[in-house]
Design a binder for this molecule. Structure first.
Ligand SMILES: [Mg+2]
Length: 137
């Protein structure tokens, strides 16, 4: 598969715009007591206002919910026409792009760079995976 890097970057930046924009509109990046804007740009040189560990834990919680949905083959309770697995994975992606926007990260660019890197990895090829010591999953 030939990677279209510009399409990947544009798609990621669009996701970031909408995921973070909705969270901002809903006040998740404003201190509800003081009204302080909690977004921060310049990571890692500037210490983020938000607790990054907490944001990462929220992403992890969505992945755990996806696992539980898969384990029990559940449909989602809020979107009953969809599996819990796909909705919780969507929640995880939404949280990642929200976090990326709030901290001023370039996750879209990193995805493009990583896909490009992965395309050239020898250890991801079938022959390498079949070899002794190869990645089995
Ligand atoms: Mg969820």
């Amino acid at each position: 598969m030939k990677l279209d890097i510009q399409t990947i970057i544009t798609a990621g930046r669009d996701l970031q715009f909408f995921c973070h924009g909705q969270a901002r509109e809903n006040g998740w990046w404003t201190d509800i007591t003081t009204g302080q804007d909690l977004t921060s740009k310049g990571y890692p040189k500037i210490n983020p206002t938000k607790n990054v560990g907490e944001l990462l834990a929220l992403v992890h919680s969505e992945v755990s919910e996806a696992m539980e949905g898969h384990r029990k083959l559940l449909m989602d309770d809020k979107l009953p026409n969809r599996t819990m697995l796909e909705v919780e994975l969507a929640d995880a992606v939404i949280r990642i792009f929200d976090m990326s926007g709030g901290l001023g990260l370039d996750v879209a660019g990193a995805i493009a760079d990583k896909l490009e890197f992965n395309a050239s990895r020898q250890d991801h090829r079938v022959e390498s995976r079949r070899a002794v010591g190869g990645k089995k999953f």
